[in-house]
Design a protein around this ligand. Structure first.
Ligand SMILES: C[S@@+](CC[C@H](N)C(=O)[O-])C[C@H]1O[C@@H](n2cnc3c(N)ncnc32)[C@H](O)[C@@H]1O
Length: 214
């Protein structure tokens, strides 16, 4: 089960980002990380079709639909059902991304312009377990992006920084025209969280990962 650090969590009570999110009616403080990334890398525009992996409680979807408008299709996936009200062009799926059927995803929704992942494991405090689990979720998000993005599409995913970080960044650099690591100012100081952004999925990668082929 995932940890539940949404706006109902009393441990967040004195956290300025939490209080601001509550005031601004966002489902979670994570909104400000996506806002920061988006302002820097310009990922979301009117009409951007996007997939949000690990979308609960829904603040990234709230932010994203505010920028895409209601014409684009936005799809969120999480182990946990999203309970907030979202516009009709935002669909959420309850499920485990490791079990997502990618051919069905692409047949149902078409290809995305952007794949986001804010997925995090339910942390145990043991970094020898938490970091590899986060790295595996990151790699799964990268494979989903490679299979479901249009050529030229973008990717942004969270990972806890550990031993495989340089390898993960190289993998993004090899699949996209450009790869960058970014640590958000809104990330808590003690956190190992980083985001890796890939801009411009290469045609060769899209073809090699096409889930509707073969
Ligand atoms: C930090 S939260 C995401 C917050 C979200 N970006 C927001 O703004 O509201 C991380 C989420 O990843 C989800 N997650 C972790 N492993 C997953 C998996 N295998 N499949 C789907 N979701 C997963 C968790 O359930 C959790 O809700």
């Amino acid at each position: 089960m995932a940890t539940r650090k949404g706006l109902g969590d009393k441990r967040n009570r004195h956290d300025p980002a939490y209080l601001r999110a509550k005031r601004e009616k966002y489902a979670g403080r994570a909104i400000y990380k996506l806002q920061e990334i988006d302002q820097r890398f310009r990922l979301i525009k009117p009409g951007t079709q996007l997939l949000d992996l690990g979308c609960w409680p829904g603040s990234w979807l709230q932010y994203a639909v505010g920028k895409t408008g209601t014409e684009a299709t936005l799809v969120g996936v999480d182990l946990v059902p999203v309970e907030i009200a979202l516009p009709a062009n935002v669909q959420t799926i309850v499920g485990d991304v490791t079990k997502l059927k990618l051919d069905r995803l692409v047949e149902r929704f078409g290809r995305f312009d952007l794949v986001l992942s804010d997925m995090a494991p339910n942390t145990t405090g043991n970094k020898d377990f938490d970091i590899p689990t986060s790295e595996d979720l990151f790699l799964r998000a990268l494979d989903i992006a490679s299979a479901s993005l249009r050529i030229g599409g973008h990717f942004c995913a969270k990972v806890f920084q550990g031993g495989r970080f340089p390898e993960l960044l190289r993998e993004v650099e090899s699949r996209f025209q450009q790869g960058r690591a970014y640590r958000c100012e809104h990330t808590r100081k003690q956190s190992r969280e980083q985001y890796i952004i890939g801009r411009g999925l290469k045609a060769t990668v899209a073809r090699a990962h096409d889930p509707t082929e073969g």
